[in-house]
Design a protein around this ligand. Structure first.
Ligand code: ZN
Length: 159
């Protein structure tokens, strides 16, 4: 999954996107130029030590009274399609690493957005479902075209 994420230049990928029904996603924001802050288990930890991050059994909480922010998102499951999504600016992610050890990641900015986007995948929610109706309407044609293409590709070959 980490390889697939890197190959597609993504910053996150959920198990559901590769056809697995697991409570698992991966993230890697080392190449991102966006500004964000984070603490792993209460300490500032270099990204190089914690990414690519494998997140198992994620639980996300939003700190009280944190503002929301609208920003453009894309998704490896929807190539070329982007749209504004409003989300809380900061979140706290409780998860287990690949060895089963529990961790707490407090983060904001793009990292918090990535966490929420991937958590949505794990819970069966897509970013296009999170868009306001007006935003969703602007990409409706593209989504329909993509659904058509995907259907055509996955149709069984005539035998
Ligand atoms: Zn996605």
């Amino acid at each position: 999954m980490v390889e697939a994420m890197h190959e597609n230049h993504g910053i996150g990928l959920a198990a559901q996107q590769v056809g697995r029904a697991l409570q698992l996603f991966v993230m890697d924001l080392r190449q991102s130029e966006a500004e964000f802050t984070w603490k792993l288990d209460g300490k500032p930890t270099p990204l190089d030590l914690i990414m690519p991050m494998i997140v198992v059994n994620p639980k996300v909480t939003v700190p009280k009274k944190r503002a929301t922010h609208s920003a453009e998102e894309g998704c490896l499951s929807f190539p070329e399609i982007r749209g504004e999504v409003e989300r809380p600016v900061a979140v706290v992610l409780h998860y287990q690493d690949e060895h089963g050890a529990p961790h707490v990641l407090e983060c904001d900015g793009l990292l918090a957005r990535c966490v929420q986007h991937e958590l949505d995948h794990v819970q069966g929610v897509l970013f296009i479902d999170r868009m306001e109706a007006a935003v969703r309407a602007t990409i409706d044609e593209e989504v329909k075209a993509l659904a058509k293409r995907t259907k055509a590709e996955s149709a069984p070959a005539p035998s």
